[in-house]
Design a protein around this ligand. Sequence first.
Ligand SMILES: Cc1cc2nc3c(=O)[nH]c(=O)nc-3n(C[C@H](O)[C@H](O)[C@H](O)COP(=O)(O)O)c2cc1C
Length: 208
Amino acid sequence: MKPVQILHLECSPRPEACSSRLGRHLSAALQAETTAPVQVRLRALGVEPLPALSAAYAGSLILPIAQARARYGEQLALSDALCEELAASDVLLISAPVHNFGIPAVLKNWIDWVVRRDVTFALTAEGKIGLLADRPVLVAVTSGGAMFRDPPAQPDFFRPYLRAALGGVGLTRIEFVEAPGLAFSAAPEEAVDALARDWIRRRARPAA
Ligand SMILES: Cc1cc2nc3c(=O)[nH]c(=O)nc-3n(C[C@H](O)[C@H](O)[C@H](O)COP(=O)(O)O)c2cc1C
């Protein structure tokens, strides 16, 4: 049986991060849902960040892919590997805290390495078109303060940005599992555990 591939990005710099804790609950639940073997590719971007973009990579994005490869060759290897990893995944799982109303810089850096002309998106007369097959994207997101409220207490650049950036490469099936207000919780780990249990319960028995 073909293994289910989960690409899991952890984006907090904190080894004991609540977002990582929440994401690992979701990962375990996803694995429990299937009878197929599961392979998890974990990238701890928060503690082992990717390098900053190179001049070669930035230069390659203004060229069609054949010219980019001819000119920059092996200098595109990291982006190639990250794009292949993403393309090979059946599920993308992202664990990330809110940092200054948006996504952590390490996640933005990963996005910059994988939003790749003629590899994950194409330029057409009508604009950019995503080239990846759509797949579920699950985002475990934590915040210290009151985020994700209506009316908003803080501006939310996290969810709209991720929807736009991932949508640009063809990934539109994005679900956010939000754990806001953790700075006000006496037991943030327990709060995250309860939230995960609730999400798993709702997923097993969706509302009619
Ligand atoms: C650099 C930085 C910026 C932050 N910006 C925000 C913010 O804009 N809004 C908010 O509610 N919390 C903010 N926080 C708090 C974190 O989102 C919060 O502590 C979260 O629970 C951390 O999750 P983690 O345990 O996964 O690292 C910020 C934290 C850091 C380190």
